[in-house]
Design a protein around this ligand. Structure first.
Ligand SMILES: [Zn+2]
Length: 408
């Protein structure tokens, strides 16, 4: 514990030195939210810099260097703090920075307990479903008191649009098969276990891939059968999707899978657009120096996310806040049960990010638009309306007949 505090202090010191030229006051970051606001307003150096090796493609754009887009950034951070939020869907036209934002999370990813086993077995599987819930090897290790997990950095696994079902769920290992050995390959969904799974243009995925994705998301695991073999893989991921609504709609089942939904629009203010342009130019011509300019704040943000994750289990939802949340859902006529899970879990993540142990009405208010928009299904609303009309008609006919028979 002492150790990690010392690291945090050092990071603060480093950012004082770096920001010293433009901002003489020491950096006092009280919370992640504050850090986001502070960085958004800061300019980057536009002075000519030494030659850079130009590795922009493998070096992600710094998350903190993204200008504006507050709701998108907040939604992504909340999903890193609390996987129970259920992922994020970014909806907006091309060129609004959706993909850049998701990829730029790479430097902020927290650590989580990761299974040491190929099939992703965890001790909590044994606690909840007994020893048969894990593979025989892990069952033996557990019995002998051996470790099943270690701390490891969460990763971003991308599911490309053109992925075949075989790549997504895994299939027969062709190389092994050519040597007359039969082996199954691990698919993307298994690689995404305990990681972020990012699907760009999620509305254009093939139907069979969507079905596999929905299956894994609902169960947290899936089974591949290729006679004579079968394998079950764990697949508990945070789903992040982006889509351009002009290119097609999203099936309601997969829409409901995403916890938070953010409408991403282009920047409106001229100064913001200009600053965004400057930062992108700086990054494209000198990626290393640009990333370096945000490095100390990035380290602080990463430590804050990790700390928020550790605080999260202790964050409580007071009764009066919960009641207000339920009233909100009721008044908006939302049926999906996932709405309140997302609403309350996002609000808890918000409190944790702010180092608080209780959710406030303000937390709820902040996350409600992201958690509740696009939750109302027009089909279900129309269905209930028709149903109500039919019930009334039915009651009237029944009353007419039975009152008539009573009188007679
Ligand atoms: Zn195992």
């Amino acid at each position: 514990m002492e150790n990690s505090e010392a690291v945090a202090f050092e990071l603060n010191e480093a950012s004082v030195n770096q920001a010293g030229e433009t901002d003489p006051s020491p950096v006092q970051v009280r919370s992640l939210k504050e850090l986001l606001d502070r960085i958004t307003g800061r300019g980057v150096m536009t002075q000519p810099l030494a030659e850079d090796s130009g590795l922009a493609e493998i070096l992600p754009f710094p998350f903190l260097a993204l200008v504006g887009q507050h709701e998108m950034k907040l939604a992504l951070l909340l999903s890193l703090i609390n996987p129970m939020v259920g992922g994020v869907l970014l909806i907006g036209p091309r060129g609004t920075g959706k993909t850049t934002a998701v990829r730029s999370l790479a430097d902020l990813l927290p650590e989580a307990l990761r299974s040491l086993c190929y099939y992703g077995c965890l001790p909590e599987d044994i606690e909840s479903s007994g020893i048969d819930a894990v593979c025989p090897d892990c069952a033996r290790k557990f019995a002998e008191g051996e470790q099943l997990v270690k701390m490891d950095r969460v990763r971003i696994v991308e599911l490309p649009l053109n992925s075949a079902l075989e790549d997504v769920i895994g299939g027969v290992d062709e190389r092994a098969a050519s040597h007359n050995r039969f082996r199954l390959n691990k698919g993307l969904l298994a690689q995404a276990d305990r990681n972020l799974l990012y699907v760009d243009e999620v509305n254009l995925l093939q139907d069979d891939v969507v079905d596999a994705l929905l299956d894994a998301a609902a169960q947290g695991k899936y089974t591949v059968r290729r006679s004579p073999m079968a394998a079950t893989y764990h697949s508990r991921f945070v789903l992040i999707g982006s889509m351009n609504p002009e290119e097609g709609s999203l099936r309601p089942q997969i829409m409901d899978r995403f916890g938070l939904r953010v409408i991403v629009r282009g920047l409106e203010a001229t100064e913001e657009r200009l600053e965004a342009y400057r930062r992108v130019q700086a990054y494209l011509s000198h990626p290393h120096q640009t990333v370096e300019q945000f490095a100390s704040e990035t380290r602080i943000a990463q430590a804050e996310i990790q700390a928020a994750r550790e605080l999260l289990p202790e964050v409580k939802l007071p009764e009066e806040v919960a009641q207000n949340g339920l009233r909100l859902i009721n008044n908006l006529q939302i049926d999906s049960l996932r709405a309140e899970i997302t609403l309350f879990e996002a609000a808890r993540a918000c409190a944790a990010a702010d180092h608080r142990l209780a959710v406030t009405q303000d937390d709820l208010r902040l996350v409600a638009p992201m958690a509740l928009r696009q939750r109302r299904s027009k089909f279900i609303k129309d269905f209930f309306k028709l149903q109500d009309a039919e019930e009334k008609e039915l009651t009237a006919v029944l009353e007419g007949i039975f009152q008539g028979s009573n009188a007679g």
